[in-house]
Design a protein. Structure first.
Ligand SMILES: Cc1cc2nc3c(=O)[nH]c(=O)nc-3n(C[C@H](O)[C@H](O)[C@H](O)COP(=O)(O)OP(=O)(O)OC[C@H]3O[C@@H](n4cnc5c(N)ncnc54)[C@H](O)[C@@H]3O)c2cc1C
Length: 424
């Protein structure tokens, strides 16, 4: 029989030593921190792979928001209802327990997780809290300035209020310079900043808004689907997009609405400013980040996702280090695999490695949506001693067929992680 329930505890914090109000596990228990694509996939598929195991999802938010289609939502091409889902439904459909709670610490030796709703013990732990932003990477070191920047010019790369805020900003944009940025490093969803530039430019074109999008890139060139995005900028949005590579972000002046590199200062009227990403601060707090890693990503075995030295603790999704890309299809496909790894480990068995699969559509126009796409897996190159992309299929000529594929892909991932397919 499926075990499904949701915690209805009040939002008020409880004493840190109080036990969380969760039904007793009859067998082993897996606790999952973070209900993004990664945590949701593992929760659902672990219950299928290990029906006797209790699975508890700890998530701080009350509703789930799917990031991949949010650029379309931003320009008015999609309804908020479509890409927001209920954690209650996902837990009910998947047969696991969802407790709305914020995790602030864990004791990996004594197998205990601490939350604002009390502590909870585990046999297996999955840590999938996604990313945090690193504002010092663009020269913003004062916490007060960081908050002003976050609230006025949100990046729109984390679930929550940011996408709603960006949509309202664009609706109220009277013209001038709209600024988008791409950070350095291994950031969340390589093509998404360029996709946003295409769609914002299309919005300005369709609504006859005077002005342009300036896209500042910390990298020497567009980082993925380069030909497709350059063609879209030049052929579709020649008068609307100015692309500036090699912009080494040094500072932002919110009052003056300027952003500077070591060689230039750009004025903007409105913006979505995307700083470098790092793994969730929880990873660093637990001391499981990869030594020397600038993004504080978890030090996992890429073949099992287990944290080095902790075979019962796994880090998945955008908190883990390369070689895998920080994207939803990757997190979903690896989630299926990790569910199997945990179910098998609970029976003392190993699981042969399967490469995650990265599939990423990027919209370059909307109404109707036209997209380009990439699909890739990963392989270990023994000579180089590193993972690299394998079986890459790149389609850089946009089409409505790929646009339809974008929406169908979103629906299928949302259905897979929540059990409610829904329609775009
Ligand atoms: C604009 C945009 C476009 C994108 N387009 C695509 C695309 O086309 N294709 C694609 O494959 N990917 C795309 N992505 C990337 C994709 O959305 C992410 O890579 C993916 O969602 C990562 O999943 P995750 O579970 O690791 O992290 P998240 O989805 O961020 O989930 C982490 C969860 O953990 C919770 N959490 C964090 N800390 C705590 C805590 N202490 N206690 C409790 N809960 C906590 C958070 O609230 C959150 O719900 C896009 C992203 C954006 C922003």
């Amino acid at each position: 029989k499926k075990e499904a329930a949701a915690s209805t505890m009040s939002a008020a914090s409880v004493h840190p030593d109080a036990a969380m109000d969760i039904p007793k596990a009859k067998g082993q228990r897996t606790v999952i921190i973070g209900g993004g694509v990664s945590g949701l996939t593992i929760a659902r598929y672990l219950r299928q792979a290990a029906p006797d195991m209790q699975v508890v999802l700890l998530e701080r938010n009350a509703t789930y928001q799917f990031c991949p289609l949010s650029n379309l939502y931003m320009v008015g091409g999609m309804d908020l209802n479509y890409f927001c889902r209920s954690y209650l439904d996902a837990a009910k459909n998947g047969g696991y327990l969802y407790a709305q709670s914020t995790v602030y610490d864990a004791d990996l030796e004594n197998k205990m997780v601490y939350t604002d709703q009390g502590k909870i013990g585990y046999d297996w732990l999955v840590i999938a809290p996604g990313i945090d932003y690193n504002y010092t990477s663009i020269g913003v070191k004062d916490p007060e300035e960081e908050y002003i920047l976050r609230q006025n010019y949100p990046a729109g790369f984390m679930p929550g209020s940011e996408h709603i805020s960006l949509k309202h900003k664009l609706e109220n944009f009277k013209g001038g310079i709209w600024l988008n940025t791409t950070p350095a490093g291994n950031y969340r969803c390589l093509p998404a900043p360029y996709e946003r530039t295409c769609l914002v430019a299309d919005f300005m074109k369709k609504h006859k808004i005077k002005g342009k999008v300036i896209h500042l890139d910390a990298n020497p060139d567009i980082t993925i689907k380069k030909k497709g995005f350059h063609a879209a900028f030049n052929e579709l949005y020649k008068d609307y997009v100015e692309y500036i590579p090699n912009f080494d972000f040094q500072s932002v002046d919110v009052a003056k609405k300027t952003i500077s590199s070591s060689f230039d200062t750009i004025h903007f009227d409105d913006a979505a400013i995307y700083p470098r990403v790092r793994a969730s601060k929880l990873i660093e707090k637990l001391g499981i980040n990869k030594p020397g890693d600038l993004q504080f990503e978890a030090d996992i075995d890429p073949y099992t996702y287990a944290v080095k030295g902790h075979p019962d603790v796994f880090v998945t999704g955008d908190s883990r280090w390369m070689p895998y890309s920080k994207s939803a299809n990757t997190a979903n496909s690896e989630g299926h695999f990790v569910a199997q790894v945990i179910a098998n480990r609970a029976k003392g068995k190993d699981t042969p490695w399967i490469s995650p699969h990265t599939i990423c559509f990027s919209m370059v126009e909307y109404g109707p949506v036209e997209s380009i796409s990439v699909s890739a897996q990963y392989a270990y190159n023994k000579k180089k001693g590193a993972f690299e992309f394998a079986n890459v299929q790149l389609i850089e000529k946009w089409s409505k067929a790929l646009g339809d594929g974008t929406i169908a892909w979103g629906e299928s991932i949302l259905g897979d992680i929540s059990g409610n397919q829904g329609k775009a």
